[in-house]
Design a binder for this molecule. Structure first.
Ligand code: SF4
Length: 282
């Protein structure tokens, strides 16, 4: 893995009003700017690397991470303001939309954990925690304390660890992520598996694997979920990457149909959501 540059910086705000793809949530919360999972060929589909926030830093996506050092203070103040205005009980928050809140540095900095502590002091209506990292297990106590307000969403793009190693090598193994999802579900936390973006898979086996790991499953594709009908993914070289690995057939509209059918058959329609509608189901 290449060396990374870490910086601590103060932020002017913790909560950002959402728009676009995640407009079902009122705010997003990103404890970090940049994401270590994007390093060394990881998450080649991550279009955050194309956004202005990423381009303003020097060095490839994944090689630098900025930690918002005063996040807890800012969040505390913003939650207090929402509470004082009577809006907190209706507030919905997506953590995180442009970084993974449980990337490695979180073990040491505890910014995400401090945010959870602030949410327990001032509970909102819904907090969705989106991650691919088993480090989230450390915070099971706090997430359980949020009760029905919390949804844990674990990204698992494929059931095939060979595909995972080829396409997103910095991500934890499939089995490890399934274990994390199962653990949260077994402990009573509402848990979803986000197959986003869907990668080459064995539909029936995948459906079987997520059945006991998820209360619900969201399937998303490069063509429905990259915000540009696949053009962003194409610009990121996903078509060429798939061709290099012999996965050409999977980079096309409609490649998700077999998986959707298998999921429907195994989980039932009520546990299956698709793309934007799924991510905005608060
Ligand atoms: S974990 Fe998410 S934010 Fe981080 S590089 Fe991967 S897709 Fe991008």
């Amino acid at each position: 893995m290449s060396s990374k540059r870490y910086q601590l910086k103060e932020t002017t705000r913790a909560l950002t009003p959402t728009g676009g793809f995640l407009d079902g949530f009122a705010f997003s919360l990103n404890p970090y700017v940049g994401c270590a999972f994007g390093d060394a060929g990881g998450c080649p589909f991550c279009y955050v690397r194309m956004l202005p926030v990423a381009r303003s830093e020097s060095g490839p996506w994944g090689s630098w991470i900025i930690a918002k050092s005063n996040l807890a203070d800012r969040l505390e103040r913003e939650l207090a303001a929402l509470e004082n205005s009577g809006r907190l009980a209706q507030t919905t928050i997506f953590m995180s939309s442009a970084t993974d809140p449980y990337q490695g540095i979180e073990r040491k900095l505890l910014l995400t954990r401090a945010a959870l502590e602030a949410f327990i002091r001032r509970p909102m209506r819904r907090l969705l925690i989106q991650t691919r990292s088993p480090i989230i297990e450390r915070d099971l106590d706090l997430i359980r304390a949020l009760g029905e307000r919390a949804i844990v969403s674990i990204t698992i793009e494929t059931d095939d660890d060979q595909v995972r190693r080829a396409l997103t090598p910095t991500s934890p193994s499939i089995e490890r992520r399934l274990e994390t999802a199962r653990m949260f579900r077994e402990r009573g936390v509402f848990t979803q598996v986000a197959i986003a973006p869907m990668m080459p898979n064995h539909a029936t086996r995948f459906a079987q694997l997520v059945d006991d790991a998820a209360d619900r499953v969201i399937v998303d594709t490069y063509f429905d979920g990259d915000g540009a009908r696949g053009a962003r993914s194409q610009a990121l070289g996903i078509g060429e990457l798939y061709a290099r690995h012999g996965y050409d057939e999977w980079f096309r509209r409609g490649a998700e149909r077999e998986l959707l059918e298998a999921m429907k058959a195994r989980l039932g329609e009520h546990r299956l959501l698709f793309s934007r509608d799924g991510f905005n189901a608060v």
